[in-house]
Design a protein around this ligand. Structure first.
Ligand SMILES: CSC[C@@H](O)[C@@H](O)C(=O)COP(=O)(O)O
Length: 367
């Protein structure tokens, strides 16, 4: 999508044909910095440190990481090492494992001499597929926004609430939850987004607001606790969130706090949709609450906040008393019963195994 009028993706293969460029998301919204990823170790660290983040982008980065690993050493042992190292970078988003399995399945049967070219080809393809998938999500989600637009007075916007960043920065382009929003906006429909700030790391305030602003989409940042109040006062027409992993039964794992939004939406009759690309479905599990590993991140993310001072410096300050213990669960699971529908590249689905399996038979086979 656009940054200062110029089209960007979150990750790309550089013109040298082997290094990888990525927007350093740790520096946004204060600085726009492009990072260079030149080894599998760099790719692992980029995922671990959240230079790149968001389930689909983590998958694309891991695919490039495997290509970079093959460039250094295309042996079976190197392939296994790179797979294990990248897989350990973050635990919750299943797209990481999906992308690594795609790469390993392709590369293992090939002779070492063919692995580098094949790995780069597939990594580029995985990134391109993500863009196409998100455009599909956009088209199916657009229908929901159009239906609500038809009930509005002329000029009145459709109010969408979102949580965390499931925008183009979390994917290769377009985003998952934001794809319908960008499409609606580009087609001239009136849309306004309530952007949850998403403590502790503020992906909503720092990233979603940044990207919506650069693309010209009207939005308002709200503290995380505001959604329930807005829903009670009919100020939210629908919620659309992203996800890091969807269990085969339709349970949705997403950024911490998503579950509370779904409860509030349920209590107020607000439709609650989850936008997801098919690589985010984990057909190997049937109970999201029991089976999805929830990442616990550093206490520093909760205890500290980073921002720009009045004189332009970016500084981190502590907001919790020294010595107070802190917990930082990064994700939660929203049970399928609270989800109105799943917006996928193959259409709107009910959050249940039968619907997911019949839409994606090639993924569900064997599970
Ligand atoms: C499109 S990925 C799903 C997002 O909503 C989300 O949970 C996410 O971006 C993950 O957050 P992260 O910043 O990687 O911890």
């Amino acid at each position: 999508m656009k940054v200062d009028g110029r089209h960007f993706r979150s990750i790309w293969l550089e013109d040298d044909g082997w290094t990888v460029g990525a927007i350093d998301q740790r520096r946004l919204p204060h600085e726009f910095v492009v990072a260079r990823i030149a080894s599998a170790e760099d790719a692992t660290e980029a995922i671990r440190s959240m230079l790149v983040r968001g389930a689909p982008l983590i998958g694309a980065t891991a695919a490039y990481g495997m290509a970079l690993a093959m460039r250094t050493d295309a042996s079976d042992a190197a392939l296994d090492r790179a797979y294990a190292m990248l897989l350990a970078a973050r635990p919750t988003a299943i797209n990481l494992k999906w992308a690594l399995d795609e790469m390993a399945r392709l590369l293992r049967p090939l002779p070492a001499s063919e692995r580098v070219a094949a790995a780069y080809r597939r990594a580029v393809e995985i990134a391109e597929e993500d863009v196409t998938i998100n455009q599909g999500i956009g088209r199916h989600g657009l229908a929901l926004i159009e239906q609500i637009t038809a009930t509005k007075r002329p000029g009145e916007p459709v109010n969408v609430l979102t949580h965390c960043n499931a925008g183009w920065l979390a994917t290769v382009d377009w985003g998952t939850a934001t794809a319908p929003i960008y499409l609606a906006h580009d087609r001239g429909l009136k849309v306004h987004v309530w952007v949850d700030e998403t403590r502790p790391r503020n992906q909503g305030a720092s990233l979603t607001a940044w990207e919506l602003g650069h693309h010209g989409v009207p939005h308002t940042v709200i503290p995380d606790n505001t959604g329930g109040h807005l829903m009670q006062h009919r100020m939210v027409d629908l919620a659309i969130v992203g996800t890091d992993r969807v269990a085969a039964n339709g349970d949705v794992c997403n950024k911490i706090g998503t579950y509370l939004k779904a409860l509030a939406a349920h209590d107020n009759g607000v439709p609650f949709y989850v936008a997801l690309p098919s690589p985010t479905i984990d057909f190997s599990i049937d109970d999201g609450i029991r089976q999805i590993p929830i990442e616990q991140r550093s206490a520093d993310e909760v205890a500290n906040m980073t921002g720009r001072t009045a004189d332009g410096r970016v500084e981190t300050v502590r907001v919790v008393p020294e010595g107070s213990p802190v917990a930082n669960y990064a994700f939660d699971v929203t049970p399928a019963r609270l989800v109105t529908g799943l917006i996928t590249e193959r259409g709107l689905l009910r959050p249940e195994r039968a619907a997911l399996a019949s839409a994606f038979p090639e993924r569900s086979a064997g599970h």
